[in-house]
Design a protein around this ligand. Sequence first.
Ligand SMILES: Cc1ncc(COP(=O)(O)O)c(C=O)c1O
Length: 359
Amino acid sequence: MPVSPNPRFQSLEAYEITPQEPWQIYEDYSVTKLDWNEGDFVPDFVKRTARRLLSNDEYYAWYPDCAAIELTKALAGSLGVSVMNVLTFPGSDVALESLCRVYLGVGERVLIPVPTYENLFTFAASAGGELVFVSLKPPFEFSAASFIADYRDDRPKLIYLVSPNNPCGYVIARSDVRDICRAFPDALVILDQAYVDFSPDASCVDLIRDCDNLAITRTFSKAFSLAGMRLGYIVADHGILKQVAKIRNGKNLGMLAQKLGVELLKRQTDVQQWIRQVVETRDWLSDQLTALGVMHSKSHANFILFVMPDPKYALAEFKRHGVYVRDKSKAVPNGLRVTITTRQAAEQFLAVLKQLVSR
Ligand SMILES: Cc1ncc(COP(=O)(O)O)c(C=O)c1O
């Protein structure tokens, strides 16, 4: 008889990742990777810095700076907060998981408007949380007023908001986030802003001064194109970070990632220009989808959620043309999601889509 795991894990569902095929084939085939919302703009100065740093033995032999001092200072400076309000992690996924582990007790309720980023489900369930899904219907707009009215008496311990939302693309107004924090003072409100650089007006960093139950997670994986380096952080009241720091393992945040993060924060001009292009391409593609009669959500991020009559066939056709998009049909009936990178990639995607539509 194999040793049985903690009963909580027996029924736990793993997060469904996108197929990893591009890593197996990219050296031999042209791959247009539009399935995981990664940024694709790695400026030359980033590559030069990486090459220089990796010629130092310390980058291999020493443990990294576990306190990530330079990076934390650079982030605090760029966000206009104190270093006491920033805690770094090897990716925002680890930040989310750590928040769940520290704040959730067994059986405590987690309110989650869906569709949303599903990795959180696994983190919350593995911490013992009881997941309560709040279903949004197309066109997927989030209303704080009705959320508060419907769930105020539910006594959640944690609320998970994603703005801009993945995969729906909507943003939650700052005043709505503040109202939710105030309406649920006994809950930790996690506001996942992985995509906020594509919609800077949606930033809620200033709210941490008033809301000591708000934890904002952010990442370098999207607008800063460092998904492979694993770099994310929490911005929150120090009281929250003090608790999460107890289980944070600073050894896991590699020194190369830390230094590249600092470098990118110092020299943002090229990245900001690239972000503007992504936004332009997204809006152009959205117009093209409208012209083709393809239903899709308005997006404030670097992706578009759209609907096809036969999503499995569409996925296979895209793949046959070297274009990888994400299957979202379990969360949204017939839903697929395409990442926005370059205009050229969007045109390649559109060419296949036109064939599918005219079929
Ligand atoms: C909403 C959201 N949060 C977090 C993440 C994970 O980001 P990271 O690469 O920092 O772990 C993703 C990745 O797709 C995401 O969509």
